[in-house]
Ligand binder design. Structure first.
Ligand SMILES: O=C(O)C(=O)C[C@H](O)[C@H](O)COP(=O)(O)O
Length: 213
């Protein structure tokens, strides 16, 4: 899948929900109930970060939940991309981008949401054919005002800002014309996951889903 097709596909997915929960799973047994809670709350796009030993198993279990569209996050290398695809990931998210990662995702047909933090990085992605990128780490590099400024000279590019976004700051990002959706870990924080409080996670998902009503 080319970068152009990748971005078009992911932009169509982003229209489904304003927020992509960024998930760090230490226990794959929590994967299915977590995905069910998020989907029931109205968030169908899920990103499982490849940061834990359980991540690929968790991803596979979440991908089997009806209504869930599951991608892998923290995809850094071609090996990560291949492992994610084999586990059932429908897309990959990276905090940045390298030529080898882009080539690998193109080669195996895994849609990639590459990361960028500066105008030069965004321009390099545009030159490769992308029209949709993760803006990371969003809050720390200037937040919604920085993203709005990038949209001046680079209006063709759309973004999924991620990093340091809260329920309070989310509307500032979602109001920007170059934002397709946002990502964040606040939907399923470690304490709620440890307690198995899926009802609370579902309520957080409902509030997040309502951000674009
Ligand atoms: O794992 C990745 O690939 C990342 O790029 C990092 C995540 O996007 C952030 O960890 C989001 O987490 P919060 O800032 O807590 O919302």
């Amino acid at each position: 899948m080319t970068p152009q097709d990748s971005s078009a596909f992911l932009l169509s997915l982003a229209a489904r929900a304003p927020v992509i929960p960024v998930l760090v799973l230490e226990d794959e047994a929590k994967a299915a109930p977590l995905a069910e809670a998020l989907v029931a709350g109205g968030l169908s796009l899920l990103e499982v970060t490849l940061r834990t030993s359980s991540a690929l198993d968790a991803l596979a279990r979440m991908a089997a939940v009806p209504g869930a569209v599951v991608g892998a996050g923290t995809v850094l290398t071609p090996e990560d991309a291949r492992a994610a695809k084999a586990a059932g990931a429908e897309f990959a998210v990276s905090p940045g981008a390298t030529p080898s990662l882009i080539a690998a995702c193109t080669g195996i047909g895994l849609p990639l949401l590459p990361g960028a933090a500066t105008a030069s990085e965004v321009m390099a992605l545009m030159a490769a054919g992308f029209r949709f990128a993760k803006f990371f780490p969003a809050a720390q590099i200037g937040g919604a005002p920085a993203l709005k400024s990038l949209g001046g000279p680079l209006p063709q590019m759309r973004f999924c800002p991620t990093g340091g976004i809260t329920p309070e700051s989310a509307p500032d990002y979602l109001s920007l014309s170059n934002v397709a959706c946002i990502g964040g870990s606040w939907l399923a924080p470690a304490d709620l996951l440890a307690k198995g409080d899926f009802a609370a996670i579902r309520r957080r998902a409902e509030s997040a889903a309502a951000l674009r009503d």
